[in-house]
Design a protein around this ligand. Structure first.
Ligand code: NAD
Length: 487
C-alpha cells in the first residue's frame, strides 16, 4: 500500500458530521502516480444530497449562519484561510497524491487556496448597493442579497483551489453551500470542510457530499431546494447542469474549459515569451481550463519560435509527484487514453509532430504518464487546432498579419483566456479588445495566480464570472427597494 493510504472510508460531511450512505457504497481513490489505492470515499447519492440541502436551507433561513453579520462571516473565512495555511504541508501531500501533480505545484495551490479565503474574508463586508435618484418624495436603494443554498460542483484538476474559488465567495456573501467534488480527487475538499468546522463554522453552512457525477452531481443539480448552481467541468456536463437549472428556474455559473491562444507577433520579446508559453501548456499536465494550448505565431518568426519551443520540449519531464518533474501523471487512465488519442490523431501532414518531452525512467508503468507533445504547423481544420485536449499538447499555427491572428484566435467554439505578445502598444490594445474571451494577458499569461482577477468565459467556455470582486455579484441577486417617504 502507498504511504498516503487513508484506512477507513471517508464520509460525506453534512452539518459538520460524518455521514456514510446507508447502502455503504464507496469509491476507490487511486494515486495517478502509481495507480495504487490511497483512500475510499463515500459514494453519496440522492439521499445524502437531500439531507445536505435541508441542513443548508435551515442554516440559511433560521440557523446560525443567517444571524451572522458580514463582518463575522468574513472573520470566519479569514480563520479558515489561516487554518489552510497552517496545514499547508499536510494538504499539499494529500493534493499531490490525489491528483498526481508535482508536490511543488500542490504547495503553490495551497497558498492560492488560503489566499482565496483571505481575499473573500476582506471582501465580505464591502459589497454594497447604490442609491438611485428618482421622483420627488422617494428614496430608492439597491441591495445585494445571497441566493440561499448554493450547489457547487467542482472538477479534479485543482480541488483545493476550486474550493477557495467557489465556496469562499459564495459563503462571504451569506449563502450556504452544498459542494460535490470530483470522484477522482476530493481529499483536500473534505479536509478543508473539516477545518472549517474546527475554526467555528456553524453547522449546515458548508457541506460536502462525495459521489459520482451522474448520482450525487445530478441529484444536486436537480434538487428543488437549491437556489443557484456553480459548475466547473466539461461542456457536455455543463449543458446538463444548465438544463437542470432551467427546469428549477434558477441561475448558474458555468466554467467549461477552453482552447486559449498565445499570440506571438514578430516584435515579441521571445526571451520572455517562450518560457511562459512552455509553462502554460505543461502546468498541471495541461489539465487546466485556461491552459495556453494554441501558439499562434507570425509567419516571419515561425521557424525561430518553433526551434526554441522544440529545444524547450526536450527538457519537459513527466515524473511521480514526489520527484517534482515539470509535470506529473495525468489524473486517470481514462484521461491518459483521451490525451494519447489526440496525440495519435496528429502526426500527419496537417499536424506534424515535431517534438516530445520525456517520461522519467522512475515513473511506474501503472501511472498515467504522457510525454508532452508539440505539433506544428497545425491546419485550422485539424481537431488539435480547435478541440480541448486537456493534456500537455501544444498546437502551433502560423498567421500572416494582425487580422489573420484575430480571426484564428477567435476561430474555436471556446473563449476563455488569450495572451498577446508584442511590443506595439496600439496592437496590444486592438487585439485585446478583439478577443472573444473573458481574460486577456499582454506580454504575460496567468500572471500571479489571479485570485483578484475576474475570470470566466464566453460560448462553449461557459458564462458568469468567478474570482475577484465580480464573484460576489455572481453569488448574489440585486434587489431594488423603493420608499415613498412623502415630500
Ligand atoms: P466532468 O464534467 O464529467 O466532471 C466534472 C464534475 O462534474 C465532477 O465533479 C463530476 O462528478 C461532475 N458530474 C459529472 N456528471 C455529472 C452530471 N450528470 N450531473 C452533475 N454533475 C456531474 O469532467 P471529466 O469527465 O472529469 O473530464 C472530461 C473533460 O472535461 C476533460 O477531458 C476536460 O476536457 C474537461 N474538464 C474541464 C475542466 C475545467 O476546469 N474546465 C475540469 C475537468 C474536466
Amino acid at each position: 500500500m502507498n504511504e498516503m493510504t487513508v484506512n477507513a472510508a471517508l464520509p460525506c460531511l453534512i452539518a459538520g458530521k460524518p455521514v456514510l450512505p446507508a447502502d455503504g457504497r464507496t469509491i476507490d481513490l487511486l494515486c495517478p502516480s502509481d495507480g495504487k489505492k490511497i483512500a475510499e470515499i463515500a459514494a453519496g447519492g440522492a439521499a445524502e444530497i437531500d439531507q445536505a440541502v435541508r441542513v443548508a436551507r435551515s442554516a440559511f433561513e433560521d440557523g446560525a449562519w443567517s444571524t451572522l453579520t458580514a463582518l463575522e462571516r468574513g472573520r470566519l473565512l479569514r480563520r479558515l484561510g489561516e487554518a489552510i495555511a497552517e496545514n499547508a504541508a499536510m494538504l499539499a501531500e494529500l493534493e499531490a497524491s490525489d491528483t498526481g501533480k508535482p508536490h511543488r505545484q500542490a504547495e503553490a495551490d495551497m497558498v492560492a487556496a488560503a489566499r482565496y479565503f483571505e481575499f473573500y474574508s476582506g471582501a465580505a463586508d464591502k459589497l454594497h448597493g447604490d442609491t438611485i435618484p428618482f421622483l420627488a418624495g422617494y428614496q430608492v436603494q439597491t441591495v445585494y442579497e445571497p441566493y440561499g443554498v448554493v450547489g457547487i460542483i467542482i472538477p479534479w484538476n485543482y480541488p483545493a483551489q476550486m474550493v477557495g474559488r467557489t465556496c469562499a465567495a459564495a459563503l462571504a456573501v451569506g449563502n450556504t453551500v452544498v459542494m460535490k467534488p470530483a470522484e477522482e480527487a476530493c481529499l483536500t475538499p473534505l479536509k478543508i470542510c473539516e477545518l472549517a468546522h474546527e475554526v467555528g463554522f456553524p453547522d449546515g453552512a458548508f457541506n460536502v457530499v462525495t459521489g459520482y457525477g451522474h448520482e450525487a452531481g445530478a441529484a444536486l443539480t436537480g434538487h428543488p431546494g437549491v437556489d443557484f448552481l456553480s459548475f466547473t467541468g466539461s461542456p457536455q456536463v455543463g449543458v446538463m447542469v444548465q438544463t437542470a437549472a432551467a427546469r428549477n428556474h434558477i441561475d448558474c455559473t458555468l466554467e467549461l474549459g477552453g482552447k486559449s491562444p498565445q499570440i506571438l507577433f514578430a516584435d515579441a520579446d521571445l526571451d520572455a515569451a517562450i518560457p511562459v508559453v512552455l509553462n502554460a501548456i505543461v502546468q498541471n499536465g495541461g489539465q487546466t481550463c485556461s491552459a495556453g494550448s494554441r501558439a499562434l505565431i507570425e509567419a516571419s518568426i515561425y521557424d525561430e519560435v518553433i526551434d526554441r519551443l522544440k529545444a524547450g520540449f526536450k527538457d519537459l519531464v513527466a515524473a511521480p509527484w514526489r520527484e517534482n518533474g515539470t509535470l506529473g501523471a495525468l489524473i486517470s487512465a481514462k484521461q491518459k487514453q483521451r490525451v494519447e488519442g489526440y496525440i495519435a490523431a496528429g502526426g500527419g501532414s496537417d499536424a506534424p509532430l515535431i517534438a516530445r518531452g520525456r517520461v522519467s525512467p522512475t515513473a511506474p508503468e501503472t501511472g498515467n504518464y504522457v510525454a508532452p507533445a508539440l505539433f506544428g504547423p497545425v491546419a485550422e481544420t485539424h481537431p488539435l487546432a480547435h478541440e480541448e485536449v486537456f493534456g500537455p499538447v501544444l498546437a502551433c499555427l502560423k498567421f500572416t498579419d494582425e487580422a489573420d491572428a484575430i480571426r484564428i484566435a477567435n476561430g474555436t467554439d471556446y473563449g476563455l483566456v488569450a495572451a498577446v505578445w508584442t511590443r506595439d502598444g496600439g496592437r496590444q490594445m486592438r487585439v485585446s479588445k478583439a478577443m472573444q474571451c473573458g481574460q486577456v494577458f499582454i506580454n504575460c499569461f496567468g500572471a500571479g495566480g489571479g485570485i483578484e482577477l475576474p475570470f470566466g468565459g464566453v460560448r462553449k467556455s461557459g458564462h458568469g464570472r468567478e474570482k475577484g470582486f465580480a464573484a460576489l455579484h455572481d453569488f448574489t441577486q440585486m434587489k431594488t427597494i423603493v420608499q415613498n417617504h412623502g415630500t
